[in-house]
Write a protein that binds this ligand. Structure first.
Ligand code: SF4
Ligand code: SF4
Length: 170
């Protein structure tokens, strides 16, 4: 269902807050990304099939906070809870803006910050797992230098390919 005016306004405000938070994070956060983001979006929409949000534990543990969080996601973002992933400490949703036939977002211009940012946040993880078919990939910092160094050794194509994959040098 396409966003109506109140939703659009709320989402714009939330997006502004998200962007301020992101800028603050970039400037002050001690944690640095472990990989560069390589590749590009192929518009496969796999990331819209089951959007997941990692949630700080009180929002999972305390009923009122949980209800508040889920109500915001449902009424503002159009995210309906499907399940809780205890391992990832995340809620997994169905997005009402995603049309599974056309694989398009009906409210693309007001999509939440997390949709715009995907999969940048994964670059902070030691072993980022991309969705199957995603056109983005994690690339190790200094990958081209490492590749040149590896090429100087007498490695077979197979060994090189294995190292490229395992060390995120592609
Ligand atoms: S709001 Fe749009 S971009 Fe975000 S998950 Fe839903 S369909 Fe995808
Ligand atoms: S899964 Fe990756 S390539 Fe596909 S739409 Fe999302 S970001 Fe783009």
């Amino acid at each position: 269902m396409r966003d109506n005016l109140p939703r659009r306004v709320l989402k714009r405000l939330a997006l502004a807050a998200f962007e301020v938070d992101l800028a603050f994070d970039k400037r002050w956060r001690r944690e640095k990304p472990l990989f560069e983001l390589g590749g590009s979006c192929q518009r496969c929409a796999r990331c819209c099939e089951a959007p997941a949000i990692s949630v700080f534990w009180p929002f999972r543990r305390f009923r009122s906070l949980r209800a508040l969080f889920l109500a915001w996601q449902r009424h503002v973002n159009g995210f309906h809870l499907v399940r809780e992933d205890k391992l990832l400490q995340a809620f997994v949703f169905r997005c009402e803006h995603f049309d599974r036939k056309t694989r398009l977002c009906d409210s693309y211009d007001t999509r939440p910050g997390m949709c715009r940012d995907y999969p940048r946040r994964l670059m902070y993880q030691p072993n980022p797992e991309m969705l199957d078919g995603c056109g983005y990939r994690p690339v190790a910092f200094g990958a081209s230098g490492m590749m040149s160094a590896l090429r100087k050794h007498n490695l077979s194509e197979e060994q090189l390919a294995k190292l490229k994959k395992g060390l995120f040098l592609e």
